[in-house]
Design a protein around this ligand. Sequence first.
Ligand code: APR
Length: 179
Amino acid sequence: MWERIELVRGDITGQDTDAIVNAANHTLLGGGGVDGAIHKTAGPELIEECRTLGGCPTGEARITKGYHLRAKYVIHTVGPIWRGGGGGESRLLQSCYENSMRLVAEYGCRSVAFPSISTGSYGYPIKEAAPVAIGSVAHVLGVCPDIELVRFVLYSNEDYLLYRDLFEKMKKQTAPKRA
Ligand code: APR
């Protein structure tokens, strides 16, 4: 399933995947970072639809239309705020990816783009978050053959290189052993 995972450096709002994932907060009423960029590009209808959803608990995900975005859908997920790692943050982050992928499958999306959830304002150290992100997605891809592409969109070169190095290591660890 590794061949169905892609890493790019770029802006989540420009992705042409069927769905893009928003790093939202529990109100689903917008914010800065990814959230601000997605709402700005999608246009005002997005917040109108979000208002009907009544918020979203940490670790869960909700889906809306993409409006003026290239993506047909936006999957809004609320990542954990990093408080040192002792409060179940990694389990909640894993749930964000798993619940987002569940909606990708439920809505028949063949491709999805993720930002690095929680590693901005929410302070989750990216070195801790990246293995959770890639591992959770790889696990779901293993049981969802219809999802053809998961793209991780990293905003900075530093974040991209970190994800890429980890991704290469994970692929090597699970490569079929040479006979
Ligand atoms: N495209 C891709 N990645 C981006 C973009 C973008 N346009 N803008 C920021 N990022 C990156 C950040 O560099 C960071 O690595 O996305 C990652 C997540 O950062 P945030 O957007 O701050 O998200 P998060 O850490 O999950 O915090 C969520 O911030 O914007 C508010 O309303 C949001 O309260 C919520 C909180």
